[in-house]
Design a protein around this ligand. Structure first.
Ligand SMILES: Nc1nc2c(ncn2[C@@H]2O[C@H](COP(=O)(O)OP(=O)(O)OP(=O)(O)O)[C@@H](O)[C@H]2O)c(=O)[nH]1
Ligand SMILES: [Mg+2]
Length: 263
């Protein structure tokens, strides 16, 4: 059976961590009444986020904290979290930002999409019903432009490739060669989705509304944007990954809303 695991990466989220943990815990208790786990992956935040998370772990019983000694970026934090969850009883592994840009209530919809047949559900701003609030024109342009660029270069149909609100079926992460996922920022999100589609897993976009963080500081840097710009063509040029065996239940297809197609 196994449990859904939510991985929450944090760096200086002291103002958000308690509220986000309580909110996510309540949603998952409802969506997965049998059991769920939440793993905070903190890179020794100087603002004490890790200690606050430890206190919550003691109180809630569903929360664990992985303390890493160095700040290494979002990608490595997620990879450490995936390894931790896969080494335990994860049936599903979810990603979410810890700054309330992603609404914890949507965790239930992502999990439902996978339970209903997708292998990977993506919280998507750029499908009907999805959107972004509070963003200035420049930020919208960078985000939409980034997804468009990755979509064209990689030849995918997915509308929102750079988002970090996802639910993977365990088997997807087991099949992807995580040791060779090297990207750190947005490119990390693009890379995981690309590899899943390459391997024939079914990807479904679930509309979400993304809100700008209210408190705490953004960690987006020019370097992260540049990394994505360079990594995307490299992914395209890289070796084509293949899945060892076909999934149960027929040919794999990439689901795009109601449409589906063979990839
Ligand atoms: N463990 C860890 N978490 C990180 C690191 N960088 C960012 N995060 C977390 O990853 C999530 C997304 O980072 P944000 O700072 O919100 O970056 P962003 O969403 O690209 O930028 P904004 O839209 O401006 O918020 C947040 O929960 C961060 O705390 C890191 O190096 N290590
Ligand atoms: Mg954010």
């Amino acid at each position: 059976m196994g449990s859904p695991w939510l991985i929450l990466p944090t760096y200086n989220e002291a103002e958000n961590i308690e509220r986000i943990l309580r909110a996510a815990d309540a949603v998952l208790a409802d969506a997965a009444p049998e059991s769920h786990r939440i793993l905070v992956v903190d890179d020794s935040s100087p603002d004490g986020t890790g200690e606050i998370a430890d206190a919550l772990a003691g109180e809630l019983g569903t929360v664990e904290v992985l303390h890493r000694t160095q700040r290494q970026g979002l990608g490595p934090a997620y990879l450490a979290g995936f390894a931790y969850a896969l080494g335990r009883d994860a049936s599903h592994v979810m990603e979410m930002d810890s700054d309330f840009s992603h609404d914890p209530a949507d965790l239930a919809r992502l999990l439902a999409a996978v339970r209903e047949g997708a292998d990977l559900a993506l919280g998507s701003r750029y499908v009907p019903g999805g959107g972004v609030t509070d963003w200035g024109l420049l930020r919208q342009f960078v985000s939409r432009g980034g997804s468009w660029y990755a979509r064209v270069v990689l030849g995918l149909k997915v509308r929102d490739l750079t988002g970090g609100f996802k639910c993977f079926r365990r088997e997807v992460l087991e099949a992807i060669d995580l040791d060779h996922v090297s990207a750190q920022g947005y490119a990390f999100q693009v890379e995981l989705t690309y590899r899943a589609i390459q391997m024939g897993f079914r990807v479904k976009e679930v509309p979400i509304v993304f809100a700008d963080r209210r408190v705490g500081q953004s960690k987006m840097t020019r370097r992260i944007v540049m990394e994505a710009a360079l990594m995307v063509p490299l992914l395209r040029l890289g070796p084509r990954a293949r899945r060892p065996a076909a999934p149960a239940g027929g040919a794999p297809a990439e689901l795009q809303g109601k449409q589906s197609r063979r990839v």
